[in-house]
Design a protein around this ligand. Structure first.
Ligand code: ATP
Ligand code: MG
Length: 380
């Protein structure tokens, strides 16, 4: 039995990047032998095990043969006779198909190092088209590595288009789309994920709710969000912020996005107009808007909304460098309004609706004292 380091760890080490997790492949062993050594089996479909001490992933060398549609339509062979080369051949990209033995020797049958040097993401074999998750992974790697100069090999790009045209893409399950999309949102150049998917026609197939003209705006909003924040929720909300409320709901549901993502995306879409116009609105409307976005009870979410809405505004104006004073203004307005509470009005002896009305009056007065940004005064 021999063990090799494979996948992202080898790739990232060769790129001089920090290695976060180690994936291993085991050649010449059976599941029973690994279990006897204390490894714990975790993979249901594939023979993947956790190391008894390090808990790192060890996969038995395997081959895969497509037998039917969908991601379960694979015949997996992990008999002890599968070689390292055979295992590397079933991997997605050449840069992910380099192995390192215990002595640090690299085994690289598909030219992964050459492609790393050339900064090219290239499929290992034509079996690439058999698993639609690879489309998403490739797009995600572009989001991660575009800054290093990586591009997709033209022949790999053609395969991506093929997978869209032949309907392989329709076999993706929502969980995997969300998983890859969320990982992509955390990458420095998240927009490249959507860009790569758009180029091969996958984006409109996955998200028919986003019209092609909107896709360009969504892309710009995402770029702006990435420069404003590292938070994946904010980036997601900005990406969807130009879409209709119905589309946002539909996409979130289709993706089974976590509730916090759904909430922020919907809030951003629904109150985008409020954000954009805020510096021109009178104090009662500001207070009403702040209450509608639940700024007083959900201040953290409110601040995320402000960032997402600013990203969308920058994209819509096409002038990202202009001053966009809304965020600062609304933030100050919420702080000033929140500083006044019912306790401050105990002297008035009011209660119920009368107290609420008095509170609003005082909060509006506090808001009206905030210096308006110049754009507001100019428009008035
Ligand atoms: P990351 O840095 O995101 O972990 P990674 O390349 O290590 O990137 P993993 O999901 O950890 O990605 O997978 C480990 C390795 O398994 C990959 O490098 C690749 O060789 C192989 N692999 C993973 N998923 C697939 C797939 N869907 N098709 C083919 N090979 C895959
Ligand atoms: Mg990995």
């Amino acid at each position: 039995m021999k063990t090799y380091l494979v996948g992202g760890a080898v790739r990232d080490k060769l790129l001089g990047l920090p290695v976060k997790e180690h994936d291993w492949v085991v050649v010449g062993a059976t599941p029973d032998e690994l279990t006897a050594l204390g490894y714990r089996r975790v993979g249901q479909d594939f023979p993947v095990f956790l190391h008894p001490d390090t808990k790192e992933e060890y996969a038995l060398a395997r081959t895969e043969r497509k037998t039917g549609p969908g991601y379960k339509g694979f015949d997996v062979d992990f008999s002890g006779s599968i070689t390292l080369e055979e295992d590397l051949k079933r991997r997605d990209l050449t840069v992910n198909a380099i192995a390192e033995d215990e002595d640090g020797n690299l085994i690289d049958p598909f030219g992964g190092q050459a492609d790393l040097n050339k900064r090219i993401l290239r499929h290992v074999s034509d079996a690439f088209v058999e698993d639609p998750v690879r489309l998403l992974r490739l797009a995600r790697f572009l989001a991660r590595f575009a800054d290093l100069g990586f591009t997709i090999a033209p022949e790999t790009g053609s395969l991506m288009t093929t997978m869209v045209k032949n309907g392989e893409i329709d076999n993706l399950v929502p969980e995997r789309v969300w998983q890859e999309l969320q990982k992509a949102l955390n990458e420095t150049r998240a927009e490249n994920f959507f860009d790569a998917l758009q180029q091969c026609g996958a984006l409109e197939r996955l998200f028919p709710q986003i019209h092609p003209e909107q896709a360009a705006l969504a892309q710009q909003a995402l770029i702006q969000a990435c420069s404003l924040s590292k938070d994946a929720e904010i980036r997601f909300a900005a990406w969807l912020g130009c879409a209709s409320e119905n589309s946002i709901s539909a996409i979130c549901e289709q993706l089974r996005a976590p509730k916090s993502y759904q909430e922020l995306a919907l809030l951003t879409g629904k109150y985008q107009h409020f954000f954009e116009k805020s510096t021109q609105l009178p104090p009662p409307d500001i207070l009403e808007g702040l209450q509608a976005v639940d700024a007083f009870r959900r201040p953290e979410r409110f601040e995320k909304y402000l960032l997402a809405a600013e990203a969308v505004t920058r994209a819509k104006t096409g002038q990202p460098d202009w001053p966009h004073p809304q965020r600062e203004y609304l933030y100050n307005a919420s702080k000033q309004a929140m500083a006044i509470t019912a306790k401050d009005l105990t002297k008035t002896n009011l209660s119920g609706p009368a107290l609420a009305a008095e509170l609003s009056k005082h909060r509006q007065a506090a808001i009206s004292k905030i210096k308006r940004p110049y754009r507001w005064s100019k428009l008035r």
